[in-house]
Design a protein around this ligand. Sequence first.
Ligand SMILES: Nc1ncnc2c1ncn2[C@@H]1O[C@H](COP(=O)(O)OP(=O)(O)OP(=O)(O)O)[C@@H](O)[C@H]1O
Length: 947
Amino acid sequence: MKKSQESSTSKNQEPITAFFKNSDGPNNVAISRKTNYLPSAKRKATCLDNDHLISQPVKLKLMNKETDTNKKLKQIKIENKDPLKQLEHSPIFNSLPDISNLQCVTFDKKDFEQDDVSDVFNDDWEHEEDAAAFDKLNLNKMQRCEVISLKNHENKMELFLKSGEMTGTCFVEGIWKSIPLSPGDIISVIAAKNETGQHYLNDTTGLLVLRPDHLISSTSVVAGVFCKRKAVLQERWRGIDSANTAMTIGIMVHELVQKALTQQISDITQLRLEADRMIRESIQMLYDAGMTEEETRTSMQCYIQPLNDFMKSYVVSKASHGIMQNNKENWNGHIDKVLDIEENICCPQLGLKGKIDATLQVTVPEKNVLQKAIVPLELKSGKASVSAEHRGQLVMYGMMLSLHRNEDPTVALQRGLLLYLRDKVDVREVNCGYPERRDLVMLRNQLVENLTSDPKDPDPEQLTDIEDASFLLQQKLPEPINHERACTKCPYLSICSVHLWHSGGPSVSENHPLSKLQGQALGHLSKDHIKYFFHWTALLKMEEKFQTNSSPLQALWTESAEKREKRGTCIPNLKIKTVEQSGEKHLHVFRRSGVRLNREKGPQEGEFAIVSIDGRPWVAAGVVSSVSSDEVQIHLERDLSKRLCVDTLYHIDSYESYSTIVQNLSNLGVLLEYSERSERLRTLIIDTTKPQFEAKLPREVGRLGIKLMRSLNIEQQRAVLKALSAQDYALLQGLPGTGKTQTISVLIQMLVGLKQRVLVTAHTHSAVDTLLSRLPETMKVMRLGSTARVDINLLHRTEKQLTASCHTVEELARLYDSMEVIGVTCLGSTHAILSRTTFDMCIVDEATQVLQCTVLRPLFAARRFLLVGDPKQLPPIVKSRAARRLGMEESLFHRLMDEEATCTLHLQYRMNQAITDVANQVAYDSRLKCANGHVALATLSIDMQKW
Ligand SMILES: Nc1ncnc2c1ncn2[C@@H]1O[C@H](COP(=O)(O)OP(=O)(O)OP(=O)(O)O)[C@@H](O)[C@H]1O
């Protein structure tokens, strides 16, 4: 039984095209003709009856952890054959892309002057005059449709689709048939028509994009060429992979090339000076990656001469052909103009997004005629592999750009340039035929199937049991690859393995590398650790789902700007007034003439927002710096006025970023790590091992205490001593106005007096600032985080201000090391200082308001911690009712509350007796006391005349 399942699965992995022939990795068989994405048992559970049209949504039933389906899922074994070997045996391994049917596109002058921003897609991308037409759906152009029902025929699937008021059918054959569609799914389709007028897609025509509203970056899609599973893990657990040398050099080389291109630098001495300047200005990034200037200079050397050659031959020369004409693979064109740098490109028709390194206007000789074209350029700082990953990225940019030009993405001529500069200049033109485009869309579909829920998945808001939730809401992952070397080094090994061995998904045979690596990946984790991980990932998934439903990104392309304005999420129809360079960003001032802006609704100061124009959602994004009744100021990463004409109307939309969810998932991922810091927290937080306290404190404490603790009452003094004696952690429960901040401030001074380094954190910027502002000016304090969010009185203590005088990585490191206190919010705790320093104590204020998984990040950086808060005050903000019901509001403070570890402050200085009595009746059960008679009798005299 098992055997037959194994062989059928491996048989399903035949490659279909040659696209991945240059891939370095094993997933170059990523697209398989017959592979269904779901494990076969799950497929069975969800497969559609061949003979019935299904038009009703399937009723959901909560699966019990040990249902038959689940048992079956666990039994499935997948034998992963080495995909490279399979590929070699493919009859089409060496076939070349079919470009015979490509049409040549000519450009006119206006194409080069500004973007073609014609209305490519309106509310539903295509509106036809005839409103109630049945079977009038025109799929010759890409359409966003809803699958109403589907019917399986012998070799094809019949889809009944709806787009706006239009309906129609489409037959899906070949590779497209393996997409696991359900009624209710949103797809984007372009199809051919046969002689009978019937729309169809097969292996040689059409595109079907699954759930196109979920935009995946083209970098993530090509990451899936090597390992689809890693590509999905990377999307969800981004941040586990820390900054490294190759990444840092890559960023610096990109900046240097972009500078050379925009300023037309073709002089080797000037390029060297630019590189040196860049290194000097990037000391923060070098510190993060643990690199010195000298190392960086040496690593960048091998790019400078080739960059100079590139500039001379392709950019500044007047010739219309490049160097190395003897090497026929090298590109033979000329770069006439740089149109854009880091152009943001967002394409909801293909469900893709990306950032193009440089958008160029070029001249290319073709059959002895000089042709003009606009091409994306992708710079690669690694070896000139011209791999499937590198080419694939350009193919996707090409498809997105062709849709922006209103062309057919399956056949439109596309050109792109790959630029390699390590050791020698190597410029390759990438053009491709239909098979590559189809395979990349299919690869994206496979990733999106794992990254989004399908209409048959349970609605998280209906879940009532955390065990069910943590089983049903587990991250879906593609099958693992068979590559021991890659898996051993993979930063996602533990997360990949925990899903492999502890979820209902497919498992692997005993000979698979992941079986051998199981001990290394999970040997240090107990059942409870894994259960905690899955509980919290499920809760985060519920919260994420709730957020996606309440503020959907797709409104940007499915609703008009006016409709979004009515909903209160958009400020529409703005024009650019001015653009000013502001550090690395461009401060854009937008104006709406005539109409006063509603300052209460839409993007607010300090919020992240998206800038769109009609037909082109998300042309840029950034943080809003101010909103007045007639102007919006926003810092964007690129200058929009350079590319778009002055009369362009812009819309600015609020955007609920999911980076917080991803950061929280990453924190849970780090908690699974085999390291001392993670083991310590697992023991304290998951196993709830009792914290230990020193029986005696050093004499020095007494000496310091006489001086510093005089301002504290007896309860507060006890709290300070308790915190000082904690070996693991302590809790400080402070009722309102009882002097929590005052107590913490004295504790910090005591710790610093004892030569200990302290990390101070809280949920909000204001709480961090309140604490830091109570510390003496003589203390060495640094506030991390964006200066825009820091209290004006603390600006002199911000990282930006303090590091302004550092000119070398060494000076910077010395400065960081000299700081006695570092202050940062919990979400801002991803700064490199925290991963490179072990603080003696981390103090978390407002600890009852922070999500358990958010507070983990600062705690990883300290030997012991103090949680300060009031469990009777606000819990963490959780929007999903179901997640709240299942325990997401439980803060770490609540989880660890224990009499022995907790000190409580009851004596308050803020309310007189009458108000204290009310607070006691409502929440504190007579435990809140006035600190003294003066407080109890205090009154407020108000001059009623003045009111
Ligand atoms: N031991 C003390 N003697 C005199 N006044 C004190 C003492 N401790 C705190 N206070 C005063 O009580 C007020 C409240 O103190 P603090 O802001 O530290 O309390 P908190 O518990 O942090 O308040 P909140 O409930 O707003 O978080 C302040 O005005 C502070 O100066």
